[in-house]
Design a protein around this ligand. Structure first.
Ligand code: DHB
Ligand code: FE
Length: 260
């Protein structure tokens, strides 16, 4: 059973919420006790969390630690392509495009994304709605400021009768979870002795009635930071080798959806 916000807003006792929240609280208490955490340390952590919230970094922080865990749980119950974190930057309402996504600004390098979507018996699935989104050359996602509206660097395409699609996108840039961009989350990563750059990645969300919605990412062979992902979402089967067609990088994706 899913924990839904309307159940929480219902203000009634809810077994599922109670079970999960009590286990989380028990886990945190066990860590505090095991490490003899002092009141000053507790308060320092508390204030760091307040700062994270004031800087609007809670989605980033929570997804960084826990989104991939949810994906791994998902894969215990389904077959097909592995899911990988949605992260904090998916947005509904990206523009439907035909062949070419909207991009803007300097240093945009084309990336031709071609793919085929099949079921777990390798039969093509037509009419799948696919959202693609990726970081622009400055390492930013669109839709969060007026300067970069959501019509850019994200799009929707539909698979054809053979389960195929093709769209000219652009090369994603690494995404920095660093103190320059995200003071609190970046600082925490530094204190954990971890680096904050997410390797280049292309987000995908596949939706069609009758199939499990799949949210995943493609990573690029040979890219920087592949082995040190701060959100621990890179797995070999999602790392693709790019090819070159007339000087344009081509990413060929093969995706399998499981039936519901
Ligand atoms: C996270 C995921 C991303 O894909 C990204 O670009 C930034 C952060 C995350 O899970 O926190
Ligand atoms: Fe991302």
């Amino acid at each position: 059973m899913a924990v839904t916000t309307n159940l929480i807003e219902d203000n009634k006792m809810n077994e599922r919420v109670s079970t999960v929240v009590n286990d989380i609280v028990d886990g945190v208490r066990a860590a505090l006790i095991k490490n003899n955490v002092s009141f000053d340390e507790y308060r320092a952590g508390f204030m760091h969390l307040i700062g994270t919230a004031e800087n609007h970094e809670i989605p980033l922080l929570v997804d960084m630690f826990f989104n991939q865990t949810i994906c791994d749980i998902e894969m215990k119950n389904r077959k097909g392509t592995r899911s990988s974190v949605e992260g904090p930057y998916f947005m509904e309402g990206a523009p439907w495009v035909d062949e070419k996504a909207n991009v803007c600004g300097d240093n945009v390098e084309p990336l031709l994304v071609r793919g085929v979507v099949t079921d777990t018996n390798n039969q093509p699935i037509p009419g799948v709605e696919l959202d693609l989104w990726w970081a622009n050359p400055e390492g930013k996602y669109s839709g969060y400021t007026d300067e970069l509206p959501k019509e850019y660097f994200r799009c929707k395409v539909k698979t054809d009768d053979e389960g195929k699609y093709s769209v000219m996108a652009s090369m994603p840039m690494e995404y920095p979870i660093t103190t320059e961009r995200h003071v609190h989350t970046g600082k925490l990563l530094e204190m954990l002795g971890r680096q904050g750059m997410r390797t280049k990645h292309l987000h995908q969300k596949y939706r069609k009635d009758g199939y499990c919605t799949l949210t995943t990412q493609a990573y690029f062979e040979g890219a920087s930071y592949l082995d040190a992902d701060p959100v621990e979402a890179v797995v070999d089967e999602l790392v693709y080798r790019l090819s070159d067609e007339n000087g344009v990088a081509v990413l060929q994706l093969e995706t399998q959806l499981d039936a519901v």
